[in-house]
Design a binder for this molecule. Structure first.
Ligand code: NAP
Length: 286
């Protein structure tokens, strides 16, 4: 990669940021399609979202991904936010055009694309979503938009209730409850898809699962948003009972591909991006 005065700068802001796979994934993608872009990680402290948007305008940064803890705070510093990001209440991608900042949420369509890549159609399906944080919000809005009947279970039940209220304001009904074994068992009897949108099972706590194995069934699709490790304990348990599994790598790649396309206007080299992420994670997807 050769950086010159003409190179277009993109990046990611968050704290912590050292673990991010996006710099490797996006720089490989820029190189693969031959655009003169570079992607840089920036550690941005909590509460500094306004400084970030000011710097973006002043320095002519073309695009940023936004991660924890800024996805919500950043919204009020942007000039325009797409409707779905507004509903979700989180922006993970910013595009700067002629000094104006445009906010998007590519997690939601990234999640949908990851389901589609496995041939899952959620229309009319009972879906159990574990978690009510930022990722869960993107997932739940995507699911109801596609006709799924969703139940949100979260450790902090009030947070699940608040998400259900926000979804209700868009005209959809979502059930909610506490993330207890009893509630998981009851909800899974009806479900076709189980989504883990909690951080349970994420590195370094790889030996934890939010759902006991005894509740998993062969006719269930189990999707885990955690991508490090790609094969979580939940997905290993699901595979042992013969259930279909979808890991978080595809959503990570697809949300990155959508951001890439917003910034460059060029179709993203998804295969290159996927193979870089798998390599970084030491994961052989075949
Ligand atoms: P977040 O906003 O911090 O939410 C964390 C969620 O995990 C909350 O629902 C929280 O419950 C729950 N949780 C944390 N520890 C728990 C525990 N010990 N037991 C039960 N529940 C627990 O984080 P996020 O941004 O939504 O991310 C959630 C996960 O999705 C992370 O692993 C992240 O890496 C992954 N993710 C993946 C992608 C992708 O592209 N594949 C994209 C976004 C996120 P409480 O509300 O009770 O605290």
């Amino acid at each position: 990669m050769r950086i010159s005065g003409a190179t277009t700068v993109c990046g990611i802001v968050g704290d912590p940021i050292e673990h991010s796979l996006s710099p490797a994934m996006q720089n490989a993608a820029f190189e693969a399609v031959g655009v003169d872009y570079v992607y840089v990680p920036f550690r941005l402290r909590r509460g500094a979202a306004n400084i970030c948007t000011g710097a973006m305008r002043a320095l002519g940064v073309r695009g940023l991904n936004v991660t924890v803890p800024h996805k919500v705070d950043i919204i009020r510093h942007l000039d325009w936010v797409e409707r779905s990001a507004m509903r979700i209440g989180a922006v993970n991608t910013i595009l700067c055009e002629e000094g104006r900042l445009y906010g998007y949420n590519t997690d939601a369509p990234g999640f949908v694309r990851s389901l589609e890549s496995c041939g899952v159609d959620v229309g009319g399906m009972e879906v159990v979503v574990m978690g009510a944080g930022g990722a869960a919000r993107a997932v739940v809005f995507s699911l109801v938009d596609r006709g799924a009947c969703v139940t949100v279970l979260n450790r902090d039940e009030a947070r699940a209730a608040s998400l259900a209220d926000d979804v209700a304001a868009s005209g959809f009904r979502v059930s909610h409850g506490a993330l207890t074994d009893r509630r998981i068992e009851a909800q899974l009897l009806l479900a076709g898809l189980l989504v883990n949108a909690t951080s349970v099972g994420m590195h370094p706590r790889r030996d934890e699962s939010p759902c006991p194995r005894r509740y998993l069934r062969r006719d269930l699709v189990v999707c885990d948003l955690v991508y490090n490790p790609p094969e979580t304990m939940l997905l290993r348990d699901a595979a042992t009972v013969g259930a279909a599994t979808i890991n978080g790598v595809e959503m990570l790649v697809q949300q990155g591909a959508l951001a890439f396309e917003l910034w460059t206007g060029v179709r993203a080299p998804v295969d290159v991006m996927r193979s870089v992420v798998c390599k970084e994670l030491g994961y052989d997807s075949h």
